[in-house]
Design a protein around this ligand. Structure first.
Ligand SMILES: Nc1ncnc2c1ncn2[C@@H]1O[C@H](COP(=O)(O)OP(=O)(O)OP(=O)(O)O)[C@@H](O)[C@H]1O
Ligand SMILES: [Mg+2]
Length: 243
């Protein structure tokens, strides 16, 4: 079995008086796709952001590749080869596609040769970005912006990619393209992925394992296939739920 790439242990994090994470345990092994599902406000984005130190953990530990990174400054996280595509994409609207991608490469401290190779890979995954290389980010469609957000994260050449709701607001066909690209990156490039999704059905089919977050605590975990079969998951997140 592969080694743990990321281990979150008894993590607590707060915004002022509101405790959003109340002792979360989660593990991602090298080469895995792990899905994090849960209702609005459960703390999914907070968990992802806390890996980057925003918010900073009030207690507990985040261990990456054997190193405790709980207190590592946010700006140094990308150099550890962790990248994220945050909720709402947050691309730079006035910059071109090419400039947005360059920003991702800068964050990861990559060489010129690495940058060129990764750019080819991003364009192979998302040919639309190549067609729109000079277009401003803000004028891309929602699906194209999501491709750009993922592409930008990939430009830092991460070992661990964190994706927050990559299919949000996308038509089913485009959402499928995004999920297919994630699967390809995992299978062909060996990329390890943590994906937060409101689309529990797609996310659990894609993921090797999943965690369910309820009110700042993990209530269930298992393989994607196991979780898809659980009646409580079906009731809350699949049938008659959000999807
Ligand atoms: N910047 C903030 N300041 C104060 N409270 C916040 C902040 N961000 C999130 N929260 C609160 O923390 C809790 C968890 O929010 P979070 O965004 O992590 O949920 P989520 O599971 O990602 O939800 P969604 O599915 O709606 O994106 C919520 O109660 C939310 O109101
Ligand atoms: Mg969220």
């Amino acid at each position: 079995m592969s080694a743990s790439l990321l281990a979150i242990r008894n993590l607590r994090a707060s915004y002022g008086k509101i405790e959003a994470l109340k002792g979360v345990d989660l593990e991602i092994k090298s080469g895995e796709i792990v899905a994090l599902i849960g209702a609005n406000g459960a703390g999914k984005s907070t968990l992802m952001m806390s890996i980057f130190g925003r918010p900073r953990a009030s207690s507990g530990h985040i261990v990456y590749d054997g190193h405790d990174i709980t207190q590592v400054p946010t700006h140094q996280i990308a150099r550890l080869k962790i990248a994220q595509s945050p909720e709402g994409r947050r691309i730079f609207p006035r910059m071109s596609v090419a400039e947005n991608l360059q920003m991702g490469a800068d964050a990861g401290d990559t060489t010129e040769a690495e940058r060129a190779g990764t750019l080819e890979r991003v364009f192979a995954l998302f040919p639309r970005l190549k067609e729109r290389i000079d277009q401003r980010g803000g004028t891309l469609s929602g699906g194209e912006q999501q491709m750009l957000a993922i592409g930008r994260a990939l430009m830092s050449r991460p070992r661990l990619l964190l994706l927050d709701e990559p299919s949000l607001g996308l038509a089913p066909l485009i959402a499928r393209q995004i999920f297919d690209a994630i699967r390809t990156l995992n299978r062909q490039d060996g990329l390890t992925v943590l994906i937060v999704e409101q689309n529990a059905n797609h996310a659990l089919k894609l993921a090797h394992r999943g965690y369910v977050l309820v009110n700042g605590l993990v209530t269930l975990s298992g393989t994607g296939a196991e979780l898809l079969q659980r009646p409580e998951i079906r009731a809350a997140y699949l049938e008659g739920g959000r999807h």
